[in-house]
Write a protein that binds this ligand. Structure first.
Ligand code: DAH
Length: 345
């Protein structure tokens, strides 16, 4: 054997041992594949060795070629068995990693909350329920007659302009206030009775303190010998219960077609306790709604004899009450559905 052939055989053995060790110790399929490319690939070390064969005398070439091919075949066998081994191992690892731990705590679920407007309606209703008022409802698409006529607001009455109305057709509107429920209740029940009607109302109006869709609560009491003193006592009690015992009530003479006499209701500002702040425009007082003794004309429309029965009524804005109680700066926050705002209540 020529010296050069000895050298090449030696080199073949070296490459073989190195490759065998690398195959055996490859920790994963990717490394194993790289080992294959490095030793057995077209540009790999064994192919390079084959190309060196030209240095050998012709008679030594077949023997040497055979030797290298045997080693190559041998390494390929090693490669395949290691590949199988690693595949099994990796599958096992995958199964291991994907195993469900049923004892782990579940992902956090955000709990829903009552919307602040619904909460205020609930709170107001429960105070008035305590005073014997039961909840009544009426349609949101209201006949013009219930929303206006029966409440002593005839066609062309200026009070209609104050309530920018969404008209459905000539005889139907989206109710502009909860007062029409007074009429539904009087037509349904015979006196004496006490009723409240919370719910949505609609006006064509929108800015920081006005929303086209807001909520009111109406209260109506029909009985004998009802006076302004009953109305004032009821509202003062209600305001103290809702806002706190230190909150005062003030009545200002006003006009509503469906009450006579009429009064607007203010409460002392719960934010600054009457000292004056931005919320109460430095007056110490905030308006919460309208009230009055039921106009005899309205009783007559609902077939109740005004000589025998009298009543009082009041209507408050729910958003307004929520804004005052919680110091909310913009009415639109209630309908924006921002969870950061809603979760504070
Ligand atoms: N309905 C009136 C409005 O929306 C508020 C109101 C005033 C209701 C006086 C009443 C009342 O029951 O007596 O502006």
């Amino acid at each position: 054997m020529t010296y050069i052939c000895l050298m090449l055989v030696e080199k073949a053995n070296q490459i073989y041992e190195e490759a065998k060790a690398a195959i055996k110790s490859a920790p994963d399929s990717k490394t194993l594949y790289n080992v294959k490319v490095n030793f057995l690939g077209k540009q790999g070390q064994l192919s390079a060795l084959m190309r060196e064969m030209v240095q050998l005398p012709k008679e030594e070439r077949p023997e040497f070629g055979k030797l290298v091919n045997e080693k190559k075949q041998n390494l390929e066998n090693h490669y395949e068995s290691r590949e199988q081994e690693l595949k099994k191992l990796e599958l096992q690892q995958l199964i291991e990693n994907e195993k469900l731990d049923l004892t782990l705590p579940g992902p956090d679920r955000d709990l829903g909350k009552i919307h602040p407007i619904a909460k205020v309606i609930d709170d107001i209703s429960s105070i008035l329920n305590f005073l014997g008022y039961s909840v009544q409802t009426g349609p949101l698409i209201e006949k013009d007659w219930f929303n206006f006529e029966a409440l002593n607001i005839p066609q062309d009455h200026p009070a209609r302009d104050e309530q920018d109305t969404f008209y459905i057709d000539e005889t139907h509107v989206l109710r502009t206030h909860t007062s029409p429920v007074q009429i539904h209740t009087m037509l349904k029940q015979s006196p004496p009775f006490r009723a409240i009607a919370p719910g949505p109302v609609f006006r064509c109006d929108s800015d920081v303190s006005h929303s086209p869709n807001f909520h009111q609560i109406e209260a109506l009491l029909i009985d004998k010998n009802v006076s302004m003193a009953d109305l004032k006592g009821t509202i003062a009690f209600f305001v103290r219960e809702f806002f706190g015992p230190e909150i005062k009530t003030r009545f200002r003479p006003s006009f509503f077609p469906f009450t006579e006499p009429s009064a607007e209701v203010d409460c002392s500002c719960p934010i600054c306790k009457g000292k004056g702040c931005r919320m109460c425009k430095n007056s110490g007082w905030i308006e919460i709604g309208g009230s009055g003794l039921v106009n005899p004309k309205v009783l007559e429309q609902a077939n109740i004899d005004p000589k025998e029965w009298q009543g009082f009524a009041f209507g408050f804005g729910i958003e307004r009450m929520a804004i005052i109680k919680y110091g909310v700066p913009d009415i639109r926050l209630f309908s924006d559905n921002d969870i950061r705002f809603l979760s504070q209540f």
